[in-house]
Design a protein around this ligand. Structure first.
Ligand code: NIG
Ligand code: FE
Length: 424
């Protein structure tokens, strides 16, 4: 079928430096960006990309809506592969204590930390939880983010875990962002179950998992395997139970201690192992062999004043790397994914190109979300349109890199005046 025969596009973006992020996966990062100068992207009525390539005048003439990118960079809508978007309450007091020298795990043992957010989240109405999360999603969209991975993990009982995931699903359904969900009942032992670890894990793989699977609320299962959290054996139980129910597998791995979670995710054919401040050569090799994406979370290592993961080790092993916000009230209170990309470059040594790929195509792989994170025919028509023309600006500006326009499924969902964004 020639381009002329195609349905008239809903939206055409022309005069663009299209950063497709759709180069061959085995190519060097620079080539994986696969930039088309003087390019055009057309999005059909179905919200999907119907054309990407050099400009075709007749396509623009037929389009319902034309955006002139004025030679600016047009990237795929960004993908955040790790968020705890659904929570209530603030932990600013705890943050102040930690900045004054108190330790995260000591505060957690005293009933603060995750348990504090669990109390606030359980106390919030379903509507309040949804509104808080949707507002955060819309703020993230202003940074160019159009797809989010969203975890539960602040409910920690069947009805509350289900409520959090329902709020996450509703954000996708109401068109704020695309959403993929992970069930994280094994985020912490809730205060009322402190003396009964085994019983709580039974509940996670029993009543909690039943509740979320029955309503189709989860796409993946996640577990926090670490010192002060769940053991490797407990994590295995949780991940295997989720996998048996058809969920994709991911884990919080090696944030404080390397308990072998990366190897476990690899063994189970999982999508991603996240954090990785502590990781062995064997863990990195297992991840690479199984195609598990490593998700770097600079907001957390910064807030906890930890050393960044060893990207050299991960790169040498051949692990694909993504970057997430880890948006949560305890260890990473940020909605700013480009800031996290910039920090991953400065602290962990990602190259600028790796960072751009890490919040687009490689983040989509970590999230297990098809058809996002790259601009190609058939993919979702999600775009971030910038005033600057160099995609590396995304990881160059420290926290002030915002697009002029954000497009979700062919609709412009956010717009800034040209003099409202800094030019890098
Ligand atoms: O990803 N590591 C576990 N979970 C969060 C922390 C959550 C919290 O402190 O509320 C994280 O860093
Ligand atoms: Fe997390």
């Amino acid at each position: 079928m020639s381009q002329q025969d195609k349905q008239a596009p809903m939206l055409v973006v022309r005069n663009a430096r299209v950063v497709t992020c759709d180069g061959p996966p085995e190519a060097a990062p620079k080539d994986r960006l696969a930039i088309i100068d003087g390019g055009m992207v057309a999005i059909g009525e179905d919200g999907r990309v119907s054309y990407v390539g050099p400009e075709i005048k007749s396509l623009a003439a037929a389009a319902a809506n034309v955006v002139d990118a004025e030679s600016g960079a047009v990237l795929p809508g960004l993908v955040d592969p790790h968020t705890h978007l659904v929570f209530a309450g603030s932990r600013v007091d705890e943050f102040a204590r930690r900045m004054a020298g108190e330790d995260y795990q000591t505060i957690a043992k005293e009933g603060g930390g995750i348990a504090a957010t669990v109390r606030a989240t359980r106390a919030a109405s379903d509507e309040a939880l949804y509104c808080l999360a949707a507002r955060r999603a819309r703020v993230m969209r202003r940074c160019g983010v159009t797809t989010l991975e969203v975890k539960s993990g602040y409910g920690l009982r069947p009805a509350s875990e289900a409520a959090s995931l329902r709020a996450a699903r509703r954000i996708g359904e109401e068109g704020h962002c695309r959403v993929t969900t992970s069930f994280l009942g094994a985020h912490a032992i809730p205060p009322e179950r402190r003396g009964d670890r085994a019983g709580y894990v039974d509940e996670v793989v029993g009543a909690q998992l039943d509740a979320v699977v029955a309503e189709g609320l989860a796409d993946a299962i996640d577990v926090y395997i670490d010192e002060g959290a769940f053991t490797l054996a407990e994590g295995r139980r949780v991940l295997e139970a989720g996998k048996a129910r058809g969920l994709a597998v991911r884990a919080h791995a090696g944030q404080f201690a390397d308990l072998g979670a990366a190897e476990l995710v690899a063994e189970l054919g999982g999508l991603s192992a996240d954090h990785l401040e502590e990781l062995s050569d064997e863990g990195a090799a297992a991840m690479a062999a199984a195609g598990v994406v490593g998700v770097l979370l600079p907001g957390a290592w910064r807030t906890l004043r930890q050393a960044a993961p060893d990207v050299g080790r991960l790169r040498r092993a051949g692990v694909r790397l993504a970057v997430g916000t880890d948006l949560n009230p305890g260890t990473s209170p940020t909605t700013n994914l480009p800031l996290c990309a910039a920090l991953a470059v400065r602290d962990a040594g990602l190259t600028l190109e790796e960072a751009v790929l890490g919040v687009t195509v490689d983040a989509a792989a970590a999230a297990g979300f098809e058809g996002v994170g790259r601009i190609a025919e058939g993919c979702w028509g999600d775009l971030a349109i910038y005033a600057h023309d160099d995609p590396r600006a995304l990881a160059y500006g420290i926290g002030d890199v915002r697009p002029l326009k954000v497009v979700l499924g062919g609709r412009v969902v956010h717009e800034e005046p040209r003099d409202g964004v800094a030019v890098w």
